[in-house]
Design a binder for this molecule. Structure first.
Ligand code: AMP
Length: 290
């Protein structure tokens, strides 16, 4: 397996592979990999001959006061996990390799960042789009795989590809959950044992909204209120937002249907955690490890 840090070398590797007739799948990550990331590699392997996993904690998607400096990092471990899962190349650039000294131009998410995480993380999705655009230009993948755990991110990236004519297919893979249905996240490492137990309220609240929907409740206000009430039973959980949005426009809907995305963000100790379901599918439709 290749480990590459230089963008020019990365592009050369990809071009050589493509010239030899291979297709390339890209799995962008910020590292500290867990099973959720590894299943994106599995997914990419079904869609492309060779899989490149990028490991880069992208400074432009963190706001002031967010966890950029404390974000967990362990490239050696990541590299072994990627190799064992069948990836052919790890692209792990330094910040200076990707951004140089004075980057000015960025990709903007526009109104797709008006709801959900956008208002709470000013500039976050512009940072995400900018790094993903750069990774696409460096790796030149045929397909890139993202997780539905970050549903807003996946949608915004798909829209960037559509609006800016990137020649890359965007695939979205299901959320991967721990046995107790808490969504896997590198940020779960911030949780104390009590906070980790309290986090179970997150999938429980989403499962309740799904049940209410199946019983015929479709007004978004009642569905999000039921989520708030389940989360409210956990004193350690501090709600940032709960919203029901259209899967394409990411705008709030007043009447939900089975395609509606119900998404939330909470603060739990040092961690900010997000989760979501497709309302008609529920938590049960996601993947559970173990
Ligand atoms: P991150 O390293 O957190 O930036 O995530 C890199 C990719 O992994 C993104 O496409 C995420 O959506 C995806 N991902 C992270 N956690 C999960 C999960 N629990 N299930 C599925 N995909 C995930």
């Amino acid at each position: 397996m290749q480990l590459i840090s230089d963008p020019a070398e990365m592009r050369q590797w990809s071009r050589t592979q493509r010239a030899a007739g291979h297709t390339i799948g890209l799995v962008p990550t910020m590292g500290f990999l867990h099973e959720g990331h590894l299943r994106l590699i599995d997914n990419a392997r079904t869609k492309a001959d060779l899989v490149v996993v990028s490991v880069f904690v992208n400074p432009t998607q963190f706001g002031p006061g967010e966890d950029y400096s404390t974000y967990p990092r362990d490239l050696e471990r990541d590299r072994e996990l990627i190799r064992d899962r069948g990836g052919q190349c790890v692209f792990a650039p330094e910040t200076a390799d990707m951004y140089g000294s004075d980057p000015v131009v960025m990709v903007r998410a526009g109104r797709l960042a008006d709801h959900l995480c956008g208002p709470h993380r000013a500039g976050h999705f512009d940072g995400v789009l900018t790094i993903v655009a750069k990774l696409f230009n460096v790796v030149e993948p045929d397909v890139a795989v993202f997780g539905r755990k970050d549903a807003q991110q996946a949608r915004i990236i798909a829209r960037m590809v559509e609006d800016l004519d990137f020649p890359t297919e965007v695939a979205v893979a299901p959320t991967v959950r721990e046995r107790d249905l808490v969504a896997m996240s590198s940020r779960n490492t911030y949780l104390t044992p009590d906070e980790r137990t309290a986090a179970r309220a997150i999938p429980r609240s989403l499962a309740q909204a799904h049940s209410l929907f199946l019983e015929g409740k479709t007004d978004s206000a009642s569905l999000t209120a039921s989520i708030r009430s389940v989360l409210g039973e956990e004193p350690l959980v501090d709600i940032e937002y709960v919203e029901a949005v259209d899967p394409d426009s990411l705008s709030p809907v007043t009447t939900a249907d089975s395609d509606t995305i119900v998404a939330l963000a909470v603060r739990l100790g040092k961690a900010r955690l997000i989760d979501n379901i497709i309302l008609g599918a529920g938590v049960e439709a996601d993947e559970v490890v173990g």
